[in-house]
Ligand binder design. Structure first.
Ligand code: FES
Length: 259
């Protein structure tokens, strides 16, 4: 399969399939998610639902510090969401899956296999600013751990409903299950990370001498094989959880409590 230069009257590529669908889908989905995230963070509205004694907090407003609630941060001159949102956003922006996706879709660098790049010169890969920052991914992984832990706390908290007398009662509702599903997807995404797989099993000359790390590496490898899938569905999971809470808070939909 041959390719021909861009910017001439020749064909872009000899590929006959619809190779452009994947980059187009990436532009639409990532672009929409980015716009939605900025809107949610700036608006500071409908991120908490407390109807019927529930307590559903949007993942965009979860504060990963023990004892600190978003209300403690209302004195900030900007939305509290921005205080920690850079961690999950930085984690996703430096993720190997998303790097491939946005290099292809947004920068056409190149857009697909056997399709030429737009820019022919000056390629520096990830050795120059700003893309050299992608090497920080493993550190974003470390920073993401408390974020995921607090999302688990928020999901757990969603199963306890205020009884109106200062106490709490265990219950199961659609909202609580939505929050549980959201944090499960984020956990699969976080713990299928390539950097985590390397932390577990990298830099070992002989795996058989490190049975615990080898066992962990094998388990991570099992879910790492679908890392791209977890990257996409967890993004829609976060989106869906926030949207569910938002629509409940706005009165557009009614949360159903089973017991
Ligand atoms: Fe995707 Fe680490 S490689 S989260």
């Amino acid at each position: 399969m041959s390719t021909k230069p861009v910017g001439t009257n020749q064909k872009l590529t000899d590929r006959q399939d619809n190779w452009w669908i994947e980059p187009l889908w990436t532009v639409i989905s990532l672009g929409a998610f980015g716009i939605y995230t900025m809107y949610v963070a700036i608006s500071e509205t409908h991120f908490l639902y407390e109807g019927g004694g529930a307590h559903y907090l949007s993942p965009f407003y979860s504060v990963p510090i023990p004892g600190v609630h978003y209300e403690n941060l209302s004195w900030l001159p900007f939305s509290p969401a921005f205080l920690f949102l850079w961690i999950p956003l930085g984690f996703r922006a430096t993720c190997y899956y998303y790097r491939k996706a946005y290099y292809r879709a947004f920068f056409w660098d190149p857009p697909a296999c056997a399709v030429p790049e737009l820019k022919k010169t000056g390629y520096t890969g990830e050795r120059a600013f700003p893309f050299i920052l992608n090497n920080l991914h493993r550190y974003f992984w470390y920073l993401s751990l408390p974020v995921v832990a607090f999302l688990w706390y928020d999901a757990f908290r969603a199963f306890f409903f205020s009884n109106g007398a200062g106490g709490y009662q265990f219950g199961v509702s659609v909202g609580a299950l939505v929050m549980l599903a959201g944090v499960l997807l984020i956990s699969y995404y976080t713990f299928s990370c390539h950097a985590w797989r390397h932390i577990a099993g990298g830099c070992l000359n002989c795996m058989s001498k490190h049975k615990t790390r080898y066992g962990l590496w094998q388990r991570i490898t099992h879910i790492n094989e679908q890392h791209g899938f977890w990257a996409v569905v967890s993004m829609f999971g976060v989106w869906g959880v926030d949207l569910y809470i938002r629509l409940c808070s706005m009165g557009v939909i009614t949360d159903i409590r089973f017991f």
